[in-house]
Design a binder for this molecule. Structure first.
Ligand code: HEC
Length: 130
């Protein structure tokens, strides 16, 4: 996890600077939700953006601010239940970077999204799902 942070922090700072924000601002606010909607195609094979629609993965409607492993009607694995933290934008960023590394044993089979810009855009899109 430390390695990931070291790699992504400068990229996020550059992104924030590019949008004329001070480095301390949440970089995710700079994300482009429209671009994020395109990136969501990578998630949509397993996740719905509609409320209450669980597929291979749980619905991602309202995921920002939701406690991990609590979408009603979805059967989570032990790793996600044990994780049990609230999905902030920062935690989603780490998770999407490398799901298996952030939550070892999680059953989500997704290799990770290496680009910090892409992740910021995707998270900006996820934040609109409410
Ligand atoms: C191959 C299927 C698959 C793909 C692709 C996938 N996921 Fe998942 N995802 C899952 C599964 C299965 C779970 C439930 C894991 C568990 O129970 O531990 C999950 C869980 C999650 C959770 C936790 C939700 C909660 O309610 O706690 C988030 C957030 C998430 N995925 C985001 C994403 C995003 C964003 C993408 C696209 C970049 C993505 N996933 C791509 C299958 C997938």
């Amino acid at each position: 996890m430390r390695k990931t942070l070291r790699k992504s922090a400068p990229a996020l700072a550059v992104l924030a600077a590019g949008f004329g924000l001070v480095a301390a601002s949440p970089a995710f606010a700079a994300g482009d939700a429209k671009a994020g909607a395109q990136l969501f195609q990578q998630c949509a094979i397993c996740h719905s953006n509609k409320k209450g629609v669980n597929m291979i993965g749980p619905s991602l409607f309202g995921v920002v601010g939701r406690k991990a492993g609590t979408e009603p009607g979805y059967s989570y694995d032990a790793a996600m239940k044990k994780f049990g933290k609230t999905w902030t934008e920062a935690r989603l960023d780490k998770y999407i970077t490398d799901p298996q590394k952030y939550i070892p044993g999680v059953k989500m089979i997704y290799p990770g999204m290496p680009s910090a810009t892409d992740r910021a855009n995707l998270i900006a899109y996820l934040a609109t799902l409410k």
